[in-house]
Design a protein around this ligand. Structure first.
Ligand code: F6P
Length: 324
């Protein structure tokens, strides 16, 4: 490999920049050229490339978002789109790729590297923490801390007015952010995609919270849970149990921004470094991930096909006990 192409794709996540920095510098240190591919797969199709040097990644370790920009690209799903992308990569002399993103990004990487002769190493970058093969994904720790900060602030106003808040958090089909931020923020209940919670049961819980004279009640609603999100849950609860003055807060995209936590910066650096080392060692179609305290590789096929369940049962049980 003489020229490494690097790109971010799918939803941005805090830590992506720290990871770009690590990957670029590791490749340069090994005597390779590096090209930044802007806007993910869309940039491959548009030949939106820029040569990178050590200074291109100065002062970005602390920045949220991604300096390489990102996109969700439908054209890349077509054989014609991928043909154009490969043609552009070849023309630019890019003969190895580092992809940072989530399962959509990995699906594209897997297909491209099977159709064309180009090695690709993937790095898990998504706030959702929903990937097999890594205990944590880049951005998840920062996003969870952002949610906790928001819950603490909502708690202040909720307690001042004796209100019930339904706070909706991101995570797609994963309840990792909801469960961890809910526990750390002292939520009274957490609705998760992985575990169904009947509205009746929730109402019973809220009723007993009201009877025990709680001055504020916060229910965390994961966006992927079965009742259709915080507004719906609030409506359903209100129609059965109308003791509290009720409010809904959707935290939305603010969960994706901000300076990465120390955990995410270190993880990003380790994954970026390892990804380039594996690429230069001749590997392809694997994801680098954190397992225990070690960086390991998992074939993309496995990452994409194995179901991941990252909630621990003791935390689920603890949740009900600690919220009384
Ligand atoms: O995958 C990251 C994520 O932020 C999810 O939690 C959320 O469901 C989705 O992306 C939102 O996507 P978009 O930014 O395209 O609206």
């Amino acid at each position: 490999i003489s020229k490494v192409g690097i790109f971010t794709s799918g939803g941005d996540a805090p830590g992506m920049n720290a990871c770009i920095r690590a990957a670029v510098r590791t490749a340069l240190h090994a005597g390779k050229s590096v090209t930044g591919i802007y806007q993910g797969y869309q940039g491959m199709i548009d030949a939106n490339f820029q040569e990178m040097n050590s200074r291109s990644v100065s002062n970005i370790i602390q920045m949220g978002g991604t300096i390489l920009k990102t996109a969700r690209c439908d054209v890349f799903r077509t054989p014609e789109g991928r043909k154009q992308a490969y043609h552009n990569l070849k023309k630019a002399g890019i003969d190895g790729l580092i992809a940072i993103g989530g399962d959509g990004t990995f699906t594209g990487a897997e297909i491209l590297s099977r159709e064309y002769d180009i090695p690709i190493i993937c790095i898990p970058g998504t706030i959702d923490n929903d990937l097999y093969g890594s205990d944590f994904t880049l951005g998840y720790d920062t996003a969870t801390n952002t949610v906790i900060e928001a819950i603490d602030k909502i708690r202040d106003t909720a307690a001042s007015h004796d209100r019930l808040f339904f706070v909706e958090v991101m995570g797609r089909d994963s309840g990792c952010i909801a469960l961890n931020a809910g526990i750390a923020g002292g939520a009274e209940a957490i609705l998760l995609p992985e575990k169904s919670t009947a509205i009746e049961k929730l109402c019973t819980q809220l009723e007993s919270a009201a009877k025990s004279k709680k001055s504020s009640t916060i229910v965390i609603v994961a966006e992927g849970e079965e009742n259709g999100g915080a507004y719906n849950v609030a409506k359903e609860v209100k129609s059965r149990f109308n003791f509290y003055d009720t409010k809904v807060t959707i935290l939305g995209h603010l969960q994706r921004g901000g300076s990465p936590s120390s955990f995410d910066r270190v993880l990003a650096s380790r994954l970026g470094f390892a990804a380039v080392r594996h690429l230069l060692a001749g590997e392809t179609r694997v994801m680098v991930g954190l397992c225990g305290n070690e960086i390991k590789t998992t074939p993309l096929e496995e990452v994409l096909n194995k179901k991941v369940y990252k909630l621990s049962e003791d935390m689920l049980e603890m949740m009900d006990v600690l919220s009384i």
